[in-house]
Design a protein around this ligand. Sequence first.
Ligand code: 3DD
Length: 425
Amino acid sequence: MSEKFATGDGYKVRDLELASRGRMKIDWAESRMPVLMRLRDEHARRQSLKGMRIAGCLHVTKETAVLVETLKAAGAEISWSGCNPLSTQDEVAAALAAAGVSIYAWHGMSVDEFYWCIDRTLDFRPMLTLDDGADLIFSVHNRHPELVAGIIGGTEETTTGVHRLRAMATAGALKYPVIAVNDAETKWDFDNVFGTGQSSIDGIMRATSVLLAGKNFVVAGFGHCGSGCALRAAGLGARVICTEIKPTAALKAVLYGYQVRTMDEAARIGDVFITATGCKDVLTRRHFEVMKDGAIVCNTGHYDCEINLTDLAALATGKREIRANCEEYTLADGRRIYVLAQGRLVNLAAAEGHPSEVMDMSFANQFLSMVRLAAEGKTLPIGVHDIPERQDQEIARIKLATLDAGLDELTPEQEAYINDYAAGT
Ligand code: 3DD
């Protein structure tokens, strides 16, 4: 592909010609994100983010574009980069650039280009940071410490990023307050389970078009994301095998009816492998050495460290891209192992990420957290803060109102009863 780009004052994207296609994708997402669009109407009137400069580092998808344009509508000045070298949808980036958003993102960038883009979003000295995986926050702390004094606070979208920030806070290294959007019930229990479950299968199907029914489908990690992948694979008739290091998670997988094996055992029988652990070296040399011919491996964890591609390359005598997002590694004994999306997030690199309907709630939490930081961030102590319970319930309430669902209310007597500790047997 020609390395031509569209660059201008405040953006670098693959090709501005793609903007009209990207705008239609954004229109499609808007029609399925009623919670965020309602917040856009309310806060555009209030201009809740007027005067705020927000640097964002989050997958450039049609859903993220709806978040970006909601932040802008509320009065914020935005500068944006993607949080994964393979997850940017070029037509969406083009549509945002054409709409005047400062954006530095394209599909297939190098790691150096990835950090160059993050640095560009810091040029306008942000007051708020919005992150997915904590690479932006970490860049500010480690490479641009002079910016910390001007930053009120930040947010973090994903499990791995929150884990990283909690470790920074424990080590006393965190220099401004951050809100853990990932840990909101209306994010974690929906985006991570239903979003990751559907979008990961979507990525596998787009990259391979294999039949999943009857296949041994190995899920490494039975957390929210892994359990969603197991649920959807089983729904398609796959025989799900889970691997875990945490006894309670493994026990949960057993009681949900899945086989639970060590990866050494599962590696011998698996047809499709997906890693969702947040850890590194989940699939390594000793697993590749015993895999069946034609085994498919992929990852849906945030970083590309779960599948050890260095080990696989050392065993391979040849490699070719046999399909888009599908590389065939041929081993010395002739066995072929297929790696999807170069071991990066298969749902975002080989498909479009989670459906708009779940990102609606995740991004409602992102948006309201930005509004909260703008209003009271200067009074928040340095550390990792949770979403208020009332915000979670309000987002769920608004979402429910858009669905065919009825919600009961407590009577005054019931309210009194549940708060009366004296009421016993
Ligand atoms: N993520 C998954 N699907 C996404 C989408 N359609 N747009 C933007 C981001 C998307 C990843 C994150 O939201 C979140 O699920 C995570 O934990 O990384």
